[in-house]
Write a protein that binds this ligand. Structure first.
Ligand SMILES: [Zn+2]
Length: 205
């Protein structure tokens, strides 16, 4: 169960990053962009214990603070198994585009449907390729971290390397057909709910 959810907006793409924590103060950091200090300060102020960094995908604007946080806390980085080439290849993770070509790696690559447990939070991995070849969404209880797959009223672009429009439409269909409703926290823009998107998002119809 998630007790607290904190969102951060940072970087040139106004990326949403999140820290989710449970009742025992364990926390997981999602898609950390921008300065690592904002996360470290929040973690310190709330006496949290970081257990992992989880990535929805590895574009430069979702991993800006990843290495600093990994170093600070010695925690593992988790990504979808098909995201490996995006992490590793600077022209796919787009760090080439911003002039700081970087190759990254994850410590653990997770599969579609896999469940990852941290403290009292259990995250289910949903493979949702389209924005990148290995993009995933994570579900914990009624909370969905949707990365750049699903946005309020929109979806992620598919014109970057390994992006694929057909895969994106299939991924959105898969999310649409999930049972029940979820609070949806996207990689960019405001949060929404799956039910609102089912009804109003033209890319989900
Ligand atoms: Zn992206």
């Amino acid at each position: 169960m998630i007790k607290n959810m904190k969102s951060f907006v940072s970087g040139m793409c106004e990326t949403n990053s999140y820290i989710l924590s449970d009742e025992d103060n364990n926390c997981v950091i999602f898609d950390p962009e921008g300065s690592s200090a904002q996360y470290i300060n929040y973690i310190k102020a709330n006496n949290l214990k970081p257990l992992a960094i989880m990535l929805t995908h590895a574009h430069f604007d979702h991993v800006g603070a990843m290495e600093a946080l990994k170093k600070e806390y010695g925690i593992e980085v988790i990504a979808g198994e098909d995201e490996k080439p995006v992490l590793e290849n600077p022209s796919i993770n787009l760090t080439t585009m911003i002039g700081t070509a970087k190759s990254y790696s994850a410590d653990r690559y997770v599969k579609d449907g896999e469940e990852v447990e941290f403290g009292k939070m259990k995250f289910k991995v949903i493979f949702t390729p389209g924005h990148t070849c290995g993009s995933v969404c994570y579900i914990c209880g009624d909370t969905m971290i949707s990365g750049d797959t699903l946005f309020m009223g929109s979806c992620g672009r598919t014109d970057f390397p390994t992006g694929d429009w057909k895969q994106m439409t299939e991924s959105l269909k898969l999310l649409k057909n999930l049972d029940g409703d979820y609070k949806v926290y996207s990689g960019h823009g405001p949060s929404t709910t799956l039910e609102i998107e089912r009804k109003t998002n033209m890319y989900m119809r």
